[in-house]
Ligand binder design. Structure first.
Ligand code: SAM
Length: 229
């Protein structure tokens, strides 16, 4: 998968060299390119923002540097997907991560200030698919952290990125429920014992206990997930 990221803070993405994503890049599974939006400005101050029409606090990102950037990054055949992190977008969920993971080319537009001039996405919609997504019901300073979270969630679903594909199956949100609690050795630690059933070696009982735990944890922490699960 090819991933392009457009930002005014390319240094945010140094973490892409670390851990599983770093290895996936070295192995050629993820081909990631980070671009500085200011390279598509034409004035001496490399300006990317201006005051909002209609007044109000804050600045808005100017459309032209974005159009120049996207014109040089989007594939001409329309196969690119433009991912726009915004608190006003669709909530980002595992189901969306799964559908993005099969796309050949993702382009992340990281907004700052009050966001990007809305005409950019109207203009881009005839050139690619546009997905506006929100990481959650809160406001970050910029799209970089949100883009990084989406890249990690999507990247680990690309075949080969996570060594054992089975570890992707039994996870929170994969079947609509939260995951069961996990334990490792020793069986007794600081007077707290691992649930006896996990030591039984009885696969059927272990599976039933885990499912019960999933349902109980989901009911307690995220009851909103239960109707769909
Ligand atoms: N004025 C915008 C609003 O109220 O919707 C918020 C702008 S925010 C300060 C600047 C940028 O941070 C946004 O353009 C977006 O890229 C990013 N951002 C902030 N919160 C986000 C969230 N919950 N999910 C995804 N991106 C977010």
């Amino acid at each position: 998968m090819r991933i392009d990221i457009v930002t005014i803070f390319p240094e945010f993405f140094s973490v892409l060299d670390v851990s599983l994503l770093g290895r996936a890049r070295t192995d050629g599974l993820l081909d990631v390119h980070v671009h500085d939006l200011r390279s598509w400005t034409t004035d001496r101050h490399r300006t990317v923002d201006d005051t909002p029409y209609g007044g109000g606090a804050g600045m808005v990102m100017k459309p032209e540097p974005w159009a120049q950037a996207l014109e040089s990054i989007l594939r001409p055949d329309g196969s690119s997907t433009l991912v726009v992190p915004t608190p006003a977008g669709t909530p980002f969920k595992q189901s969306l991560a799964r559908s993005l993971a099969v796309e050949p080319h993702l382009v992340f537009a990281c907004g700052r200030y009050e966001g990007i001039d809305a005409r950019v996405f109207e203009w881009a919609a005839s050139r690619c698919s546009v997905v506006e997504l929100s990481l959650g019901d809160y406001v970050l300073n910029g799209g970089e952290v949100a883009a990084m979270a989406v890249i990690e969630a999507v990247g680990r679903l690309v075949p080969g990125v996570v060594g054992n594909p089975e570890s992707l199956v039994e996870e929170s949100h994969e079947d609509g429920l939260l995951e069961y609690p996990s334990y490792t050795k020793p069986a007794s630690w600081r007077d707290i014992d691992v649930p006896e059933v996990l030591l039984s070696g009885h696969h059927g009982r272990v599976a039933a206990w885990r499912h019960e735990q999933q349902v109980e944890r989901t009911r307690r922490v995220r009851p909103d997930l239960l109707p769909d699960a």
